[in-house]
Design a protein around this ligand. Structure first.
Ligand SMILES: [Zn+2]
Length: 699
């Protein structure tokens, strides 16, 4: 079976999204009343105690959009409504035991002298980036040590606003880093109910509204304005202060017009340094920032977010078109678009920056809530379960700046990146540039926190799958859903629905586009009408212990990519050749060798990689066998890969290493007279060296 799967989202499908306003514009009064008053009545001292302890939490309802905002297709649940379990919790614990849980102990940019802690050190984006991931990780794990670390930063921001309402270090008035800290503050408020957050944000937004005229958005903030609008909307939904919507409009007026850029998209091939530097501004001119990977990742949400304010159906269509256009010219098999660090075309030896991975995930999480499109969930899983784990060492103590789908060596060569330097694909503390070191932390926790959302009619939607326990309040009834699964490695997902008392509410289940044979049972009875690329809706009275079992059969299949190459897939996982790897700690060669306990690593192949796949009749790979293994302590490691696919290939002697990367991809089909060999494929995220896009053999 061969499917051309490259465009994960059909823009035609997305063009048929329901027009905004056609769903009920129910006001948010119900959910607002459900937020426990007790939290808002607490003293700040009590809040500090509350926040610093790993304590059971009262379930909260989702907050809906307040009119005149358009309703979202789904409403996000407050942070910690969803707690990861099983392998997903272990993965978050790996992160806590790795860089995220220790970075502040040895990395000066987020150390005790940070400007965001009142010191004289780094005073720009690093501290806020770290908080945007540490806050959700700490509270999802209920880890008192991490909660104390995060609260130190939040506490400084809450207690050190300027008299005029500005926040952050007084010696840096760039709007951009404050946009990031606002995201951290909203997450912190959702989980603690700290009564100081909302007044601080109100005052800050009034301050900004008064000063945007004399100090307009520039460079990063100008291109990332939609991320601030997310926080403005968050606050408006809680206060109803209509001047906030005026602020949102002002941000849009001053911000980059992404919709116009994509209506006449200029970056249809790999960009070059010369092209981008033609405009003066040392990379901060509009041309370079428009083609910048992380800006594009963050901008994916722009038109969807703006549609909530504008009420314009064409903004919803534009959001889909933007993703579709990036797919058309820059999509890679791991679900990411290429950006190393500017848009870089479809060659699987190009890279994607880690910041762009975590920011694309966050954009997709926001977009699903607004647009409700199931394909966005497929894409989110494809990135979170492939691109995200692939770019870290197993223990999450080191990361890459750029990952490559075909990554056969990680070393200090100047690869054929669009603009990046020679450190970009080694694993380390701060390879190439240190933005990712600060920003990597949000990837896993925000994904775990987004698995479930609330429907507009007070039900639940499973927008992505992973082992977890969800607790919320629906129509006044506390409801728990226990999701028992080894997804994405296994086919079955078991949901146990536990309302505190029998309750009627809808349950919407995303059926992935690849799950052609999906089936759903409710208390062991098959239900009718389950189809892929849709939300399957169950309306019934639920009682404690009701069981919903989803089966998503995962046959192995292939998709076609750059130069007609072949990618092997199974469920949401992309598979790649397992290549023997020799890891060598770098003691010199990087600009700044990593301080202990972090380290920088080169990785060399110890086994061949230049294989073509045997595809009898052009279909499935030959002699294919799937082996499922227990999910170990490190699910995304080459040795602990929970699934292996055995297949066959032949070497292609002319396909050689060029400057540390797999050389030019031959156009398939290709021929080889080399002997047939058995190849082991493992999940992309487990394979730190890999071939993902294979030439297809004609023999
Ligand atoms: Zn980065």
């Amino acid at each position: 079976m061969i499917r051309k799967q490259k465009a994960f989202m059909s823009h035609r499908d997305l063009g048929r999204l329901p027009a905004p306003g056609t769903t009920s514009g129910r006001a948010l009064a119900t959910c607002w009343l459900l937020i426990p008053v007790v939290l808002f009545g607490m003293s700040s001292a009590a809040i500090r105690v509350f926040g610093a302890q790993a304590s059971p939490r009262i379930p909260l309802s989702a907050v809906k959009n307040r009119e005149p905002l358009q309703p979202g297709a789904f409403n996000p649940l407050p942070l910690t409504s969803i707690k990861p379990t099983g392998w997903l919790r272990r993965q978050l614990q790996i992160q806590a035991d790795g860089l995220t849980g220790h970075l502040d102990e040895f990395w000066p940019d987020v150390g005790a002298n940070s400007g965001w802690l009142g010191g004289t050190g780094e005073n720009w984006e690093r501290g806020p980036y770290y908080m945007d991931g540490l806050v959700p990780l700490a509270y999802l794990l209920d880890d008192p040590r991490l909660i104390a670390k995060a609260n130190k930063w939040i506490e400084w921001t809450l207690t050190h606003p300027s008299p005029d309402g500005s926040i952050g270090p007084a010696n840096n008035q760039d709007w951009w880093p404050k946009m990031v800290m606002l995201k951290a503050l909203t997450q912190y408020q959702e989980v603690t109910g700290d009564p100081r957050v909302i007044p601080l944000m109100e005052k800050y937004f009034h301050y900004q509204a008064a000063h945007l005229g004399e100090q307009p958005l520039r460079d990063w903030g100008k291109f990332r304005w939609a991320d601030e609008v997310v926080s403005v909307i968050w606050l408006y939904n809680r206060t109803g202060d209509e001047s906030l919507l005026d602020l949102a409009r002002a941000l849009r007026r001053q911000g980059h017009d992404w919709r116009a850029e994509f209506a006449d998209f200029p970056f249809k091939a790999k960009t070059s340094k010369a092209q981008l530097m033609a405009e003066p501004g040392e990379g901060l001119a509009d041309l370079a920032l428009s083609a910048h990977g992380v800006n594009n990742a963050m901008a994916l949400k722009t038109s969807a977010v703006w549609s909530l304010v504008s009420g314009d159906a064409s903004d919803r269509t534009a959001a889909a078109e933007q993703l579709y256009t990036l797919d058309e010219y820059h999509l890679l098999p791991n679900g990411m678009f290429s950006c190393d660090e500017h848009l870089a075309g479809e060659d699987p030896s190009q890279g994607s920056e880690l910041c762009s991975v975590v920011e694309t995930q966050f954009s997709l999480e926001e977009m699903i809530g607004i647009l409700g499109t199931p394909e966005l969930g497929d894409r989110l899983e494809r990135i979170a379960y492939n691109a995200l784990p692939a770019t870290f060492t197993n223990d999450m103590w080191a990361h890459q700046y750029d990952q490559q789908p075909n990554q056969v060596e990680c070393s200090l060569y100047q690869r054929d990146w669009a603009t990046n330097g020679r450190e970009s694909n080694v694993f380390g503390l701060e390879p190439n540039f240190d933005c990712c070191t600060a920003n990597l932390h949000q990837g896993w926790p925000k994904f775990a926190a987004s698995l479930w959302m609330a429907t507009p009619d007070d039900g639940l939607a499973a927008v992505a799958y992973g082992p977890s326990v969800m607790e919320t309040v629906l129509k006044g009834v506390p409801v728990q859903v226990d999701e028992s699964a080894e997804y994405p490695f296994r086919e079955e997902i078991r949901l146990t629905i536990n309302p505190a008392q029998p309750a009627a509410f809808p349950l919407e289940l995303r059926i992935p586009g690849w799950a052609q044979q999906a089936s759903v049972t409710v208390n062991s009875k098959n239900v009718e009408g389950v189809r892929p690329s849709a939300f399957y809706r169950i309306e019934r009275q639920w009682t404690k212990g009701d069981q919903v079992v989803l089966r998503f059969p995962m046959p192995v299949w292939t998709s076609r990519w750059y130069h007609n190459s072949v990618v092997v897939e199974r469920g949401p996982l992309v598979f790649a050749l397992r290549i023997g790897a020799k890891w060598t700690k770098l003691t010199q060669g990087m600009n700044k060798p990593a301080p202990v306990p972090a380290a920088d690593w080169e990785v060399e192949p110890t086994t061949p990689w230049n294989y073509g796949l045997i595809l009898p009749g052009g279909g499935l790979p030959s002699s294919l066998k799937v082996i499922e293994k227990p999910i170990g302590d490190f699910p995304f490691s080459a040795d602990g890969a929970p699934v292996e696919i055995m297949t066959e290939g032949r070497r292609l002697p002319d396909w050689k290493l060029v400057d540390g990367s797999a050389g030019p991809m031959p156009v398939s089909p290709v021929s080889s007279q080399e002997p047939v060999e058995t190849l082991t494929l493992i999940p992309y995220g487990s394979a730190k060296l890999r071939i993902t896009a294979f030439p297809a053999l004609d023999n």
